[in-house]
Each structure stands twice: as structure tokens, then as C-alpha cells.
Design a protein around this ligand. Structure first.
Ligand code: AVI
Length: 370
């Protein structure tokens, strides 16, 4: 009798590394960046002066959190209109990480909940592959009164995940499951817990995470998310925008090749990881970080370039490098508004409103299900 042996992380890393480094051109998957050191370096990247993405998206949340919620709940409603929603709602997030930007939206949601007394609390459902990142997301509940966090550890690309569409009653107290919305009189009325209303879902996929996937993978991720949603739900997609008259290529390139060398360290760290976890013998000083703009595919590419001809050993395999040969480690796609709209439409969403920063560097696009 044979018993199934679970595949260890090292085995997954080994398979990934060998497949990528024996292919032509050589590649390594970007998920390999995120060991503890890589995750710390990524956090540092988000604070760099050149890396405009995080602070631009955060500013969009700071400015537009109420508008996003209003547009989600009542598409097309004027900003002057008071919130009058016929439904309760929950906020979910794919790849939530530490959810630092999401906190701004959750604060707005709990303010709305306190003002309308529509539901007893806002349920936040972060989904992330990293349990330690989710701890930070869970801690939001301590700092935002009226917030409940229900996290899920899952790789949203390869593993199943669930989205909750209703929230349990507060045992008879006015709450989600014991109230329905009287839309004519714009007030909550009590009803038996069994008739708990379906909760609308606002699913966040932000941070330009979509940019790290190929067009086919992005489509698959959004289609899968769409299959979890129902009419009245929506997606808020955060994506970095392509070069334009307001945004030179040089600005984008600098974000991936900063003066301090943090992005270089982040890229090179993948070799250190392979040395540690696979007992490989990369001499990290013999590789350099390269960031390139690929205009045909509208993406930044990160590579590790071999400074000289060399051979590296990994688990009994010899990997030869020619001088200047590169390992392609990451793509970061940059979108036009039209490309985002086409991707969303193809994936079963109807884009309803896009929020831009003043330099049109970044877009938060709200797209409803219909
Ligand atoms: C995680 N992701 C959205 C980052 C990006 O901008 O593509 C990863 C990154 N790579 C280098 N710098 C940041």
C-alpha cells in the first residue's frame, strides 16, 4: 500500500527553480521573491520615493473612500445624496497582505454603518497566502470599532476560497440577520433571523497585483472571482497605468530601479533564497538587477543578468549562464483605462466608475456584476 506524501515547500521551490532555469529564456516565478526577507524588502519598496504606486493608491482611498462606497451601493447617485442603501454589505479582499490601504475604506464603511445603523458591524474577509500577513489584517478589528475580520489563508490563484454573502444575527439584537431594509421609508425593520438578507459583496483586488500576471492569468483570476459574486456585488480593481503624456516611461522605470538599490536587493534575494533552501551555489555578486520597459507588452520586466559566463549547481543539476544572459524574474503590466475596461468586461463585470489621481498614474476601477 502506498501513502500520499505531501509536497514540501522546498520541493515546490525546487520544481519551480529547475523548470524555470532549464527553460529558454531562463525564468523564475515572482512568488519566489516572498520569503521573510523578500517580504520585508517589498514593504521597504512601498515606502521608496520612486515607488509611487502604493502612496498614490493610498491617496485615492483617503480621498475617495466615501465615493467608492456610495458608487458601489448606489451606482450613479450624486455625491450630494445621503447614503440610502437597500442592502447590507461586506468587504472581501484577494491578496490582502497587511491591508494597510484597505483600512481607510473599512473606516469609511464602519462610519457609514454607524450613521445608517443598517447593520451591527462590517465584515471584512481578507484572503492571502501568507498567514503572518493576515495577522496584521486581523489586527484592524482592534483599531476600527464596528469591524469584524474573518480571514482565509489561501492562494487565490491555485486554491479554492469562499466569500461569505450573509452575516449571522447578533442573537436577537438589531443586526444583519435580524433586520431588513425598508427602502420606501429608508429604515431598518425587524424580521426573523431566518430571513437574513443576502449581504452584497465589495471585492477588492488592489495594489496592482493584477499587473504581475499574464493577460490569460489575469482573465482567469477575475473570472474565478466573478463566479463567487452575485448581481449587485462589485469589484474594486487597483491597477498601475501605462505611460502617457502625464506619466513618462522614466517614472515607471525608476519605480523598479530605485537609487537606494532596494528593488535590486529584492530581485537578487531570490538567488539567496535558492542557495539557502536548495543548497544552490549562486554567487550573488556575479548577477545584477535589470529593470526594462517592454513597450510592446506594456510591462516592466525585471531580470537578473549574469555578469560573466558561469555555472551554477542546484540539487545535482548544472545550470550554465552566458555573459549578459538573464533570468526573467517578474512582469509588472501597466494598463490603459481602455485595456482595464476590456479585461473587466471580458471577465463578466461592467465597469461603473474609475477613480484617478491627478497625474493619472494609477486607477481604482469599480465594476459591478449585472
Ligand atoms: C506586488 N507587485 C504589485 C509589485 C509590482 O509593482 O509589480 C512587485 C514589485 N516588484 C518590484 N517592485 C515591486
Amino acid at each position: 500500500m502506498t501513502t500520499a506524501t505531501p509536497i514540501s515547500l522546498n520541493e515546490t521551490v525546487l520544481n519551480e527553480a529547475l523548470a524555470g532555469l532549464t527553460s529558454i529564456p531562463k525564468t523564475l516565478s515572482p512568488w519566489l521573491f516572498y520569503d521573510q526577507r523578500g517580504s520585508d524588502l517589498f514593504e521597504q519598496i512601498t515606502d521608496l520615493p520612486e515607488y509611487y504606486l502604493t502612496r498614490t493608491e493610498r491617496a485615492l482611498f483617503a480621498t475617495h473612500a466615501d465615493d467608492i462606497l456610495r458608487e458601489f451601493l448606489s451606482p450613479g447617485a450624486p455625491a450630494t445624496q445621503a447614503f440610502r442603501s437597500p442592502n447590507t454589505f461586506t468587504i472581501a479582499e484577494l491578496g490582502a497582505g497587511s491591508a494597510s490601504k484597505t483600512g481607510l475604506l473599512l473606516q469609511a464603511a464602519t462610519r457609514l454603518q454607524a450613521a445608517t445603523r443598517l447593520q451591527p458591524e462590517i465584515l471584512y474577509q481578507p484572503i492571502d497566502v501568507s498567514a503572518s500577513a493576515l495577522e496584521a489584517a486581523e489586527n484592524l478589528a482592534a483599531s476600527i470599532p464596528g469591524l469584524t475580520v474573518q480571514s482565509q489563508v489561501a492562494n487565490y490563484v491555485t486554491e479554492p476560497y469562499t466569500l461569505q454573502h450573509s452575516v449571522a444575527s447578533n442573537s436577537g439584537a438589531p443586526g444583519l440577520a435580524s433586520e431588513t431594509w425598508d427602502s420606501q421609508n429608508a429604515r431598518a425593520i425587524n424580521s426573523p433571523a431566518s430571513s437574513a438578507p443576502r449581504t452584497r459583496v465589495l471585492a477588492l483586488y488592489i495594489g496592482s497585483s493584477i499587473g504581475n500576471f499574464s493577460p490569460e492569468e489575469s482573465h482567469a483570476i477575475l473570472r474565478r472571482l466573478r463566479s463567487h459574486l452575485q448581481p449587485g456585488d462589485a469589484l474594486l480593481l487597483g491597477a498601475d497605468l501605462a505611460p502617457s503624456s502625464h506619466k513618462p516611461v522614466a517614472t515607471i522605470l525608476a519605480a523598479y530601479d530605485d537609487a537606494e538599490g532596494v528593488t535590486a536587493a529584492f530581485n537578487l534575494n531570490v538567488l539567496t533564497r535558492l542557495n539557502r533552501e536548495l543548497d544552490a551555489d549562486f554567487n550573488v555578486d556575479r548577477f545584477v538587477h535589470r529593470a526594462r520597459w517592454n513597450g510592446n507588452d506594456s510591462r516592466i520586466e525585471m531580470h537578473l543578468e549574469s555578469l560573466l559566463p558561469q555555472v551554477v549547481h542546484i540539487a545535482g543539476h548544472r545550470i550554465s549562464f552566458a555573459q549578459f544572459e538573464t533570468i526573467h524574474t517578474e512582469n509588472s503590466y501597466k494598463f490603459t483605462d481602455e485595456a482595464l475596461s476590456a479585461l473587466l468586461t471580458r471577465s463578466g463585470f461592467t465597469p461603473t466608475r474609475t477613480f484617478h489621481d491627478p497625474t493619472r498614474s494609477f486607477a481604482l476601477t469599480l465594476a459591478h456584476t449585472v
